[in-house]
Design a protein around this ligand. Structure first.
Ligand code: TRP
Length: 432
């Protein structure tokens, strides 16, 4: 039994000012999770990622300060966790390159963020890659490096990020296949219960809708913003619907069961919107006010935040530097004076995955793919001719994931697609 603690890792892109939605959906739950015993947590400011979206240096710097101060004010204890700035760990971009070299370009073509840009361009009749930087295209690989650098087991993310975690798993498997077991394939942790908070206009609170309430507004600002939350035109005394009420949903994200129940009753009893807004203001302020002083202090003393981040960066590098040295050695970036410089023969055939074709008693033709140890990864259904089987094997060898999808009706359900893709990769590498 290994005594390695479970490692959680999460990053926030330093591209904006944290709002109540970020707090409820990400900051508050992960600060709580960081207090769980037996868990090692990594929290970082994803400032390399910010460069993909933002070319205003002051904004990136300011956002880094604001997000760091928000985490700290919300109770993140930098003694307990590894709290760092991505760009203080130069091993991350180095690992990004290693992973770039084991990631299929076709896989990145299918990444949601890139595809969304392409689709938008096509809809506008523009060139597919118009205004798309290679940074946006490579973003999943940088994210893979963030995660694999610390061999995180669990990555708490929103639904929109699941695909990136799957890609990181594939990168881990492809690399391990070529160079030995170095990476733990990570898993996404989806917080089903995490509310997506509505914003002022009732749509999801998001910078892109310009409907946010900053987490650390002053009480006066908070009051003004809450006054602007969209309600209906029902007069005082008329019963009101909690369903679809942004005000109610925001309240619920802060209040206890009992408090929520009381407001539900008040809605039924016809509370005036002005009074409901006052109750919301008091409830949010009750939670935020104690953090506000700490936040203000940190914003006014960036040198304190800087010192904490540098100390966290040191902790991160205490892991990253030796790990990267091991990886460099594994891929062959080595001193010429250590170890054998003689080329080793390529892996013996028996240590590779293999396709096998055969005929069953039912007269049909079958194929399967087994890994080096003989574990069956992929199993076909009965096919009419050996030629069909041969063509399918050829397609799988050539096109990997695409062929896997295209041939779905010839195959039994695949238990572990990542393992199949890694095996196909290994066969391709061998053939190359
Ligand atoms: N891409 C994430 C986002 O936009 C931020 C991020 C970068 C991240 N690297 C990460 C999250 C690694 C989890 C793990 O929200």
């Amino acid at each position: 039994m290994s005594s390695t603690p479970v490692r959680f890792l999460t990053g926030i892109t330093t591209s904006g000012t944290p709002h109540l939605g970020n707090y409820v959906g990400s900051i508050r739950p992960s600060v709580r999770a960081s207090l769980t015993p037996g868990v090692q947590s990594f929290y970082f400011l994803a400032d390399y990622h910010a460069l993909i979206k933002i070319d205003e240096p002051e904004r990136i710097q300011r956002s880094t300060l604001e997000i760091a101060a928000s985490w700290l004010a919300a109770g993140l204890d930098p003694e307990r966790v590894v709290f760092y700035r991505q760009s203080d760990v130069p091993e991350i971009p180095e690992l990004t390159w290693f992973l770039t070299c084991v990631t299929g370009k076709g896989v990145l073509n299918r990444a949601h963020a890139y595809k969304a840009s392409v689709d938008k361009n096509m809809a506008n009749g523009a060139d597919a890659d118009s205004d798309v930087t290679a940074g946006l295209f490579m973003y999943p690989v940088l994210m893979g490096a963030d995660i694999l650098m610390f061999n995180a087991h669990h990555v708490p993310v929103g639904r929109d990020q699941i695909q990136h975690i799957e890609m990181a798993r594939d990168m881990a498997n492809s690399f391990n296949h070529r160079y030995g077991e170095h990476f733990v394939p990570p898993q996404a942790v989806i917080e089903e219960s995490v509310a997506t908070l509505p914003g002022l206009d009732g749509r999801k609170m998001s910078k892109s809708y310009d409907n946010t309430i900053p987490l650390f507004s002053s009480r006066e600002q908070l009051k003004k913003l809450i006054a602007g939350i969209k309600t209906d035109s029902r007069a005082p005394g008329e019963p009101k619907d909690t369903e679809g009420s942004a005000l109610f949903q925001i309240y619920q994200a802060f209040a206890s069961e009992v408090e929520t129940q009381a407001l539900r009753q008040a809605y039924a009893d016809g509370i005036a919107w002005g009074d409901a807004k006052q109750i919301l203001l008091e409830r949010i302020d009750q939670e935020v006010a104690p953090m506000r002083a700490r936040y203000q202090h940190l914003i006014e003393h960036p040198e304190e935040v800087e010192a904490l981040l540098l100390a966290g960066g040191k902790k991160a590098r205490a892991i990253a530097t030796p790990f990267m040295a091991k990886l460099r050695n594994a891929v062959g970036l080595r001193s010429l004076t250590t170890g054998a410089t003689q080329a080793k023969p390529k892996a013996a055939k028996s240590s590779l995955p293999a396709f096998k074709q055969y005929r069953e008693k039912d007269g049909k033709f079958y194929f399967k793919l087994a890994d080096a140890k003989g574990v069956v990864l992929l199993q076909s259904l009965g096919l009419e001719s050996p030629k069909t089987a041969g063509v399918s094997i050829g397609l799988l060898q050539k096109d990997g994931a695409c062929a896997l999808t295209a041939l779905a009706d010839q195959l039994k359900p695949v238990a572990d697609p990542a393992a199949v893709l890694a095996a196909l990769d290994a066969l391709r590498a061998e053939a190359a």
